[in-house]
Structures are given as C-alpha cells and as structure tokens.
Design a protein. Structure first.
Length: 201
C-alpha cells in the first residue's frame, strides 16, 4: 500500500486535496494525468457550474491511471481514485474507520463559491491532518488560502503552482502570503513533487 511520508518523517495513510479556479481545468488535467494508480485517494474542487462537472470528471477519467468520478457523497475514498466536487455542492471528507468518505453539503457559498476550496481544505485539516498533501493551482481570488493554512498547521504538506505557470496566480499567491505553502513549483513539476513525498510503506 502506498504511504505518505509526513514532514516529521513518519508514514501515514495519505489523501491528496486539490483546489483550483480560473485556468484550473487544464492544470488539474496536467497533475492528475501524471499520477500512478498507487497514488492515495484524491479529492478535487474546481470552481465550475454544475452543468459542466460531470463531463469534466469524465474527461479526467480518460487521461491516465487515476479513476475519476464526480463525487456523490458517501463514497469510501480509495487509492488510485479521484472525487470531483459537483458544481452544486461543497465537498468535504470525514474519517470513517481506517479511511475517509466523501460528504456533500449545499450550505451557503464560501468566498462566493460553492463548491469552495476552503471548505474542502478545512475538512481535510480536521479529518486527515498530517496524512494529507494540499495542492493549490491557478485561480482568481483567495479561496483555499485559509483552508490550506489550517492544513499546514495540522501537519499537512502543501504545494502551490508558481506564478510563471499560472493563468491567474491569485489563489496560490494568497496561500503563499499566509505562509501556508511548503513549496511552489511550475505546473509540469507538481505531480513529480507530490510523488517525491510518497514512499512505499
């Protein structure tokens, strides 16, 4: 089973949380396509209307080894699988036995967005803590920055897309300003940096 090497060096069962907005559809495709089937489970928020998230999930599913589906709520998060927030709901994760399950919520928008990256990242900070990797990609505004800071304070390792490869550097920049990032990297190196944090258990 693939394990996650945390910042303290101790392995823990892993989960990867990805957030993006403007320009994010291509950025997410670039990252997901480069990850192998042994990758820990992935949860994704892309700011996108509900009419388009099912087709985006299908496009991601055909890219490589990671199986991608629009989250329905209540799924057990499996290695080698990614769960995309539907455009009508926030996506959260909840500890369930030895792993985690997805949850959907139609509560009020956060940072004017539903789904919100902050909502996902705060849930990951609470429920996963040091077993998580956070990824913030291109996007306008500040959604995800505070949630990413909560993740880092909980022991997660976080990476942001660098300014040169972003369509809009707003979201990664806001996370960097809060000291929520451990590393910044060009888009074409982010998957490799994630994999460098993983090791056989």
């Amino acid at each position: 089973m693939t394990r996650l090497a945390t910042r303290g060096g101790a392995p823990a069962d892993g989960l990867i949380a990805i957030g993006a907005s403007t320009g994010g559809t291509e950025a997410i495709k670039e990252v997901v396509a480069r990850l192998p089937a042994q990758t820990p489970g992935i949860v994704i928020v892309q700011h996108m209307p509900a009419a388009f998230t099912p087709s985006f999930a299908r496009r991601l599913d055909g890219l490589g080894a990671i199986r991608v589906a629009e989250a329905r709520g209540g799924e057990r998060i499996q290695p080698g699988h990614a769960y995309l927030a539907p455009g009508h709901s926030h996506l959260l994760v909840k500890k369930n036995g030895a792993g985690w399950v997805t949850e959907l919520a139609q509560s009020a928008p956060v940072n004017r967005h539903r789904p919100s990256v902050d909502v996902l990242f705060h849930a990951v900070a609470r429920e996963v803590g040091s077993g998580a990797i956070g990824v913030i990609l291109t996007g306008m505004g500040k959604d995800g920055a505070r949630g990413m800071l909560a993740m880092r304070r909980a022991g997660a390792w976080n990476i942001g897309q660098d300014q040169g490869s972003c369509v809009v550097h707003g979201m990664p920049r806001e996370a960097a300003l809060l000291d929520a990032l451990d590393e910044e990297a060009p888009l074409d190196q982010i998957a490799a940096r994630i994999l460098a944090r993983l090791r056989p258990g």
